[in-house]
Write a new protein. Structure first.
Length: 104
């Protein structure tokens, strides 16, 4: 699966282990690295090994350690849709990382 990023700062965190550890801490950075590896190892979203996700109509939230979360959406210019207008996750082959945030 191909990855895109909402911002350059997110891309930097996801592509640099040193930056991720500095910004998120070692435990969260290591979990993020594993999740990104999962994303890159599959062809479609439905092939992902899930661990505690919150699936919404147009985004998915993955829990990370220490109350952090990773939020993604489809990364296609025009995401595949169901008749309801929600993203058809079974056809998503590109993900966009939109946020890495501390839960409130």
């Amino acid at each position: 699966m191909e990855l895109a990023f909402e911002t350059k700062a997110l891309r930097d965190i996801c592509e640099s282990e040193a930056i991720a550890k500095s910004e998120l801490g070692t435990k969260v950075a290591d979990a993020l690295k594993r999740r990104l590896s999962d994303f890159r190892s599959v062809d479609t979203f439905d092939e992902l090994p899930f661990a505690k996700i919150k699936k919404r109509s147009n985004s998915v939230t993955f829990e990370l350690p220490d109350d952090w979360q990773l939020v993604v959406t489809g990364g296609h210019g025009d995401n595949p849709k169901l008749p309801s207008g929600k993203i058809d996750w079974a056809k998503v082959t590109r993900l966009k990382i939109t946020r890495i945030e501390k839960c409130k």
